[in-house]
Design a protein around this ligand. Structure first.
Ligand code: NAD
Ligand code: UDX
Length: 463
């Protein structure tokens, strides 16, 4: 079967970029990305492509090329489902905030709503593709809904998890390490797999397209994120030991990374990992393990989160301790708010938690991030519900200019590894700060020797 019309439900960080690349690489396929969020869709359709809702290097150029040709953004979900022969579900699957599994399990209500809508609308056979990250065996629930509430048409369900990382989404999509497609072992299932393989084969070498059964595919996504996050918690655990022993975590990471069995990637000690995926997916894994009675498996993975929370708290605690045990009414400048560089996404960013701790200590925070709006900074803090909105607004001010953010500050804390931070005129920043002037480098990106020569008291992670 040849796919000619694709619908993607969910125009977020995954749906938007993924579909833009499919549209760019498959001009013969019509791709419609739909979302309930009219504001988001309007931004995707903005005549000025620089205003699309997601910042990713290289993305606006691709949207410009394909939009209106074979890439469309719309709020008309029913119409797009009806037309399509393949439907990607790329909606959010956040951690549950209520009921059974609160704080751990994935909330699948948006997934179920999509399944019910697809069943209600579809008048012809469709392939439904799970693009969202889902607990293993979710396809079973989707199938049950589709088969029991549909119009008698046939559905095939595939799992096709997305491995892109934000900030490098375009590159990751253009040259993926692998594409994973899970499907039924039946003849129809294999045909559906083949239809999706053919879509990716327009730009991905076939030896990088891996096909498995549905359950392996679903579980591989959670496993990949758990392994990646585990490496960060492992190096962060060593960073604390380095600080006590005189070892340098950058040197340790380099030394172990040269072992080809370990490899050099994902060994950067930091203030803690953030992002919408790692914590959510590991909590989900822990919940799944517990629900099968596998307590040791659950405890093993939960430790990755415990270590990450500790690393964030340790960073804020160290700022307070170093500033003579009080930051009350002291100005502390944050360079960076996004959870990593080259994205405007702030979900679960370490900066939010460090800020929350410091506001508890009555600090005054000055925030600069090249891509995050002042409104978003306050919304992130308000979301924690630690204190009244008015108190957050009083304690936190955002700046458009990094030098202004640092002016008069007792300390600068680097929370995101934006490249531009390295190239600042640190002499100028030093001169405008209170003395002694402290720098807490939560990303180990600044030049310790150069900063100390200027006069800063410089502290990095793990040395
Ligand atoms: P997102 O919140 O940015 O986007 C999801 C979109 O789905 C939202 O715009 C929302 O309005 C829309 N939506 C929800 N229910 C809908 C419905 N019934 N009909 C139409 N639209 C609906 O989320 P995201 O970051 O794109 O993540 C989506 C999924 O992909 C999640 O399962 C996530 O775990 C997974 N994932 C994310 C990343 C990442 O880097 N962000 C990477 C790999 C996988
Ligand atoms: C992650 C996975 O990498 C990706 O495959 C999956 O599809 C979605 O989740 P993402 O969260 O976008 O991607 O970014 P990633 O590069 O993994 O970084 C996550 C967090 O870990 C960031 O806060 C980053 O700063 C931090 N990190 C990463 C470290 O602290 N040290 C490292 O060595 C690497």
């Amino acid at each position: 079967m040849k796919v000619t019309k694709i619908c993607c439900i969910g125009a977020g960080y995954v749906g938007g970029p993924t579909m833009a690349i499919i549209a760019q690489k498959c001009p013969q396929i019509q791709v419609t990305v739909v979302d309930l969020n009219a504001e988001r869709i309007a931004a995707w359709n903005d005549v000025d492509v620089n205003n699309i809702p997601i910042y990713e290097p290289g993305l606006s150029e691709i949207v410009k090329e394909a939009r209106g040709r074979n890439l469309f953004f719309s709020t008309e979900v029913d119409a797009a489902i009806d037309e399509a022969d393949m439907i990607f579900i790329s909606v959010n699957t956040p951690t549950k905030t209520y009921g059974k599994g609160k704080g751990m399990a994935a909330d699948l209500k948006y997934i179920e709503l999509c399944a019910r809508q697809i069943a209600r609308v579809s008048k012809s056979n469709k392939i439904v593709v799970e693009k969202s990250t889902l607990p293993v065996r979710t396809a079973e629930a989707i199938k049950s809904i589709l088969d029991n509430t549909g119009n008698g048409v046939k559905f095939q369900i595939l799992s096709n998890p997305e491995f892109l990382a934000e900030g490098t989404a375009v590159q990751d999509l253009l040259q993926p390490d692998r594409i994973l497609i899970g499907g039924d072992t039946t003849e129809e299932g294999q045909k559906a797999i083949q239809a999706l393989v053919e879509v990716y084969a327009n730009w991905v070498p076939e030896d990088k397209i891996l096909t498995t059964n549905v359950w392996s595919s679903e579980l591989s996504k959670l496993t990949a994120n758990a392994f990646l996050a585990q490496r960060i918690s492992s190096i962060n655990a060593m960073s604390e030991l380095c600080e006590k022993t005189g070892a340098d975590v950058n040197e340790v990471a380099r030394a172990i990374g040269m072992d080809s069995r370990i490899g050099p990637k994902f060994l950067k000690a930091s203030v803690g990992f953030g992002g919408s995926c790692f914590q959510k997916d590991i909590l989900n894994l822990v919940y799944i393990a517990k629900s099968y009675g596998l307590q040791e498996v659950a405890d093993y993975w939960e430790q990755v989160i415990i270590m990450n929370d500790h690393q964030k708290r340790r960073f804020s605690g160290n700022i307070v301790k170093t500033l003579y045990n009080t930051v009350s009414d002291k100005k502390i400048a944050f360079l960076g708010w996004a959870f990593k560089k080259d994205t405007n996404d702030t979900r679960e960013s370490a900066a939010i938690y460090v800020a929350d701790d410091l506001i508890n200590e009555n600090a005054s925070l000055a925030i600069y991030d090249p891509k995050v709006s002042p409104k978003k900074v306050l919304a992130d803090l308000d979301y924690l519900e630690t204190r009244a909105t008015s108190v957050n607004a009083e304690r936190v001010q955002s700046f458009q200019n990094p030098y202004q953010a640092c002016e008069g500050a007792h300390a600068v804390a680097v929370l995101t590894e934006w490249d531009e931070f390295v190239t600042y005129d640190w002499q100028k920043i030093y001169e405008a700060m209170q003395k002694p002037a402290f720098v807490f480098d939560g990303r180990n990106i600044l030049d310790k020797t150069a900063l100390e020569k200027i006069g800063f008291v410089y502290q990095a992670i793990g040395s």
